[in-house]
Design a protein around this ligand. Sequence first.
Ligand SMILES: [Zn+2]
Ligand SMILES: [Zn+2]
Length: 634
Amino acid sequence: MTQKNDETKRSRKQSNEKTKNQSSRNSGKAKSNQPKKKETKKEAAYGRINPPETKKSQRKSEKTAKPETKKRQYSKSGKNSKDKKKASVPVRIIPLGGLEEIGKNITLYECGDDMILVDCGMAFPDDDLPGIDLVIPDFTYVIKNKDKIRGLFITHGHEDHIGSIPYLLKEFDLPVYGTRLTLGLVEGKLKEHGIKGDLRVCSPTDRVKAGCFDVEFIHVNHSIPDSVGFAIRCPGGLFVHTGDFKIDTTPIDGDVIDLARFGELGAEGVTMLLTDSTNAEREGFTPSERTVGNSFENLFSQAQNKRIIVATFSSNIHRIQQIIDEAVRCSRKVAVSGRSMINVVSVASELGYLNVPEGVLIDIDSIRKYPPENIVIITTGSQGEPMSALHRMAFSDHRKVDVGPGDLIIISATPIPGNEKTVSRVVNELMKLGAEVIYERMYYVHVSGHACAEEIKLIHTLTKPKYYMPLHGEYKHLVKNAKIAESLGTDKKNIVIAQIGNVVEVTENNVKIVNTVPAGRMLVDGYGVGDVGNIVLKDRKHLAEDGLIAVVMTIDGVLGDILAGPDIVTRGFVYVREAEELIIDAKRVVCNVLDSYQGRDWSTIKQKVRDDLSRYLYERTKRSPMILPIIMEI
Ligand SMILES: [Zn+2]
Ligand SMILES: [Zn+2]
């Protein structure tokens, strides 16, 4: 009870503080009307950072205030004379997902008795996880520390950053902070799971207090609008967590990444920069989203009397906007296909992130009422996903759309590593139906949402971090990202390439991995979370690769005689009718086991049946099916 009360109090306090921050932002008169007593007391105990309210007002009223004097307190390395007197408070950063993989991003920050979580994503299962629907992080350590966790901060609305939120909130409740679109998408996800959730909408430049942490939202560009990075201040330093980002100087919504703020943070003194490694191995800059619009313009102009079908990521709202704009220009109506596409288009239009002129959007059922040259269909399935709308169109399994020679199909995405085969299967099938398919890089129908090497360099140069930690990538990406920091002069010993579960301790003088905590993956299959473990997976793989043989017999419990059977049933091993001889011999092997063993220990008999039959079948077929002896005792 007491604990619950404490939590309620805490969350109420946090929400008060947040409103305070927001109001300070709006009024611009923060300094005078802040009841600062409580915060200053806490800050003073650690003595590292200034009260956030003051900081914020500084930024907002730069013309009137004298920020220079404040700023000069910080040297480039983030240390100043004031800091040196204070004992350093260690900060522990614990990535619980998102390293050595692209997916299920989740990072825990710990300072004193407080923790915050950044992102809570999921991953899609790969080929070695038969039957698994999705993969979520192992929450053991998070649940163990739930009383310390002051909030979950979300960088953006991609599945690899929000997908596991419902599974975490089912374990315990905590405030979730994010921008409007991000939380709009989270809300829909929670609804599906029947959870309400304490969602708190923030905007770029907002600062949220969460225990001893102060989290500032910074606008970044990415392949979904409303993406942010965080400046995380705590008594142990200033941590810049970029989230997924790119630098787009001509973004569709005109909202360029807040590079100036990254520069200001650099001047303030950044302890550690944690950044997106996805495209670290690519040289140069990621092109602007706008270049895709130019390609659409050319392709749409040349399509003449063809129907156009564009497949892209449902979350790429700016891409969808560009398709709609182009459709409007060419007097085409737009229909949407695929569950997630319909969902995102509706959320984004409702929240004002998508601008669709009246009468442009039509129901997929009414596309037949219009000539093909007046139609654009936006669909899911750009990764060739088997259940997606484009996949169904390709295999003539879509109830509303029949693909044929009158279609121009644009796949506005590149396959995520691992999806190449499924994508090319879809392309082949669409072409067999006579459609023209544009998927090649040379048409520039897709740009990445992640920073290439030069963009990473720019953020590094602006923030001038003392320590550096690559996030979000496979091992090779992390290494490339680390090399970028090294090339810019960051000391190798100040760069950490961590694994999930590592406890990365950052102090004034060094950074090192001090411990590990439980981390890994939990598999979700249907309603089951975590009930499919290694043994079940091993069985599934075994069954998939070699099939099953069941040996069924009825035995007299007293005399040990076989009363019925042995019968042999196989699945996925051989077709019994075409292998009669093999099955007769297999039965003989089973009978021999029973003849030679006179005991009544059924488990020994089962084991012997398994061993002898397995040896025999392997000799005859070089296959090792799963053998399942079933003995009924009468
Ligand atoms: Zn993303
Ligand atoms: Zn991501």
